[in-house]
Design a protein around this ligand. Sequence first.
Ligand code: ADP
Length: 332
Amino acid sequence: MARERIVTANEAPEFDDQAGNALRPQRLEDYIGQRELVERLRIALEAVRERGEPMEHVLLHGPPGLGKTTLAHIIASEMGSRAYVTSGPALTKASDLVGMLTKLSAKDVLFIDEIHRLPAAVEEYIYPAMEDFKVDFTVDSGMHAKVVTLRLKPFTLIGATTRAGLLTQPLRSRFGIAHHLEFYEQPDLVSILVRAARHLSMRNASGEIFDAVAARARGTPRVALRLLRRVRDFAQVRAEGKLVASTVDAAMRLESVDALGLDDLDRKYLRTIRDVYEGGPVGLDAIAATMGDDSDTLEDLVEPYLLRMGFVARTRQGRKLTTAGGEYLASA
Ligand code: ADP
């Protein structure tokens, strides 16, 4: 992509690192939204704490930026333990995983992002680790080969994935709790923004800016927080510090983000289906090839919100522009 996309739910360290970490809620009671999941976790946490056991393994699926990593940290702090964060693609060899597992103390949390991208050879080692807190590995080869069993401390694995469908059945079945995270509703996004504004010293912000930012946040806290920081910069440099709705409009226009939170990439995707493929149905790979973009990026970062808005439909034959999608483009 030509430039950094502001409405992307993907992590961009330069945007998120310091500010993002400071804004992460620390306790379950401060976590906004996802009420059903929070309730399931609250019950499980209380039960295992009473029994003096580690928390159950948890699988979280859903689009990026909805608070999966945050929950891993919260679960660790509720258990009085630490969270270690890694990702499927970072664990290229079994020894990478074993190295992480042996570092863990009892009740610690190991968070594996993009767990669907764990190499098959590494995944095999996860099964006995999750089930019996041990890993078996072979030392030497041929006649001298022997299996050594390494005992692990009872830990909690939290897996996150954008594609639950790509997870193997044996892996999926080893999680005690599996939950799909939903996009956030407007009032929850507003609450997240109000809380963040306190940390970002935006005390003079009028209530209307939170509504205006939340409306463009694509149901995603990470996007909401990123837009809020852009608005703060814009207000400071171009609007004499005035944090009002018109400041949000002007700041977002500069980023090509419209009132629904859609940007050039979303519009290009919709136009490709309409103009090149006569509204579809068309396969994702064909759309990606025409746009010169990567199909994974489109599937993870563009499509989920357009599907939620009802602007495209996913059919057995491929993607289709809906009537609402066509009307949106006509007015865009
Ligand atoms: P994911 O792991 O799903 O990509 P993160 O946990 O990194 O998402 O969350 C992205 C950002 O949004 C973080 O800065 C986090 O503080 C914030 N955030 C996510 N969910 C919530 C929530 N429910 N309440 C408050 N802040 C949240």
